[in-house]
Design a protein around this ligand. Structure first.
Ligand code: RTP
Ligand code: MG
Length: 141
């Protein structure tokens, strides 16, 4: 399988719980490498743009309110099949439905406060990485 890059966000609920390190350890334990990382407070406009694909959905305002409720930890993760691997580690969107041992099963409280975001395809990964890390040069290590 090819080496890929994906965008991960540790959302405000997990940052507030002080479990950034525990979540990053899941990624590292699965063989993903951190290619870029930063802690940022999103503006409303940034959150609305990032989740723009959902702007017609009923949950959009709640989603944006939540994403600006505190800082988020944004990472580019790199590795074999990184996009699917990250989604597997995250678990289902609704933590009640997430498989045991996944990040959302272990750290998320609700479908809104669900601990992590991960890119869902190669095209969105490229867009999301460019959104948070424009001009990023990632070097193999
Ligand atoms: P994400 O984009 O954050 O990685 O989550 P996802 O792919 O698993 O889920 P997606 O369908 O892209 O939805 C984005 C976020 O919107 C919230 N959501 N709420 N109340 C609802 O029915 C509902 N559905 C989605 C979740 O916080 C989800 O992570
Ligand atoms: Mg999504």
């Amino acid at each position: 399988m090819a080496i890929e890059r994906t965008l991960s966000i540790i959302k405000p609920d997990a940052v507030a719980k002080n479990v950034i390190g525990q979540i990053v350890a899941r990624f590292e334990g699965a063989g993903l490498k951190i290619a870029a990382a930063k802690l940022v407070q999103l503006s409303r406009q940034e959150a609305e743009t990032f989740y723009g694909v959902h702007k017609e959905r009923g949950f959009f305002k709640d989603l944006v309110d939540f994403m600006v409720s505190g800082p988020v930890f944004v990472q580019v993760l790199e590795g074999e099949g990184a996009i699917a691997k990250n989604r597997d580690l995250m678990g289902a969107t609704d933590p009640k439905k997430a498989e045991k041992g996944t990040i959302r099963a272990d750290f998320a409280d609700s479908i809104d406060a669900n601990a992590v975001h991960g890119s869902d395809a190669a095209e969105t990964a490229a867009q999301e990485i460019a959104f948070f890390f424009p001009g990023l040069n990632v070097y193999s290590r």
